[in-house]
Design a protein around this ligand. Sequence first.
Ligand code: NAD
Ligand code: UDP
Length: 322
Amino acid sequence: MIKNPSDFKGQTAVVTGGAGFVASHLIDRLLADGLKVVALDNFVTGTPDNLAHLDGHPDFRFLEHDVSKPYAIDGEVAFVLHMASPASPIDYVEIPVETLKAGSDASHHALDLAREKGATYLVASTSEVYGDPEVHPQPETYWGNVNSIGVRSCYDEAKRYAEAAAMAYHRAYGLDTKIVRIFNTYGPRMRLDDGRVVPAFIGQALRGEPMTVFGDGRQTRSFCYVSDLVDGIWRLARSSFHEPVNCGNPHEMSIREFAEAIARICEVELTIEDRPLPPDDPKIRKPDITRAKEILGWEPQVGFEEGIRETIDYFKGVLAPA
Ligand code: NAD
Ligand code: UDP
């Protein structure tokens, strides 16, 4: 059963990583549904610009803080939504220790806060828990194929730990916990230079540069628009389900096909700069969303072309001379 958003009107959600891409959209949704929001962020990969439109909002409060370190929140809290973590491969390879702590120490602080307040806890996990998958598409029942000492392990293993921590608090303390496994999500407010393929290719197309395709470009991803993801996260938070749920768009394409689509939509000629494939880059990825459909009544609504056009318009604004 999924509760109505109106059941939580006037109640407070604490959102870690609130200045990030996904969490800033989630905050907009929570405020639109009448909740109060306390966001925490240390801007390690996020930016105050993502929250600037909320300056002076009566139901919004921001605390600049590293959530891997302890913190306290006054008053009653209905939800603790732990979204903080570097999320782009170039970010987390550069700051592996901070990334490990975002999944480990920061999970404990957020879980302890939820426990103290009797709140529902939700953690942003990832398709990376499946590693370089040997099962396709990936259902939640697949345990994954992760290199525990590779360059991506700081992220993958931190998220696997974060999931284990949520389940341990659920089993040991009866905490109401949720785990969302997010698959590649894109949209406005991504950082143009965060290295992920969506901002990378759009930025390159808009600047008239060649697109940097890693490896032979035959590796696949399935891209989900951010409003769809936010809807899935918010439904999961209001559900009574404790096991992991995949949220992503099953529309799978190769990275080469993705480059072609961006060139076509941006109306530029496709030129490619070959780059080596980073170690442990998953060869295939596509969510099995049967569980999300059954438990949450959720599936993506925004088509690839529509979502990409919105995102391109946003990046055009970012690149436009002031
Ligand atoms: P993002 O980098 O835009 O947002 C992460 C935010 O967390 C940033 O604002 C960053 O400054 C903040 N943060 C990181 N460590 C922190 C700390 N110790 N203290 C306080 N703030 C901290 O990335 P995103 O794409 O918005 O990702 C949000 C969440 O979703 C992350 O947990 C990520 O792992 C998960 N996720 C995202 C995707 C995706 O495709 N976008 C896929 C899988 C999982
Ligand atoms: N990629 C690419 N060129 C880039 C950035 C990424 O070819 O400039 C590839 C990358 O190797 C991966 C896919 O695009 O196979 C998605 O990469 P991203 O960093 O967006 O997310 P990931 O799914 O790897 O976490």
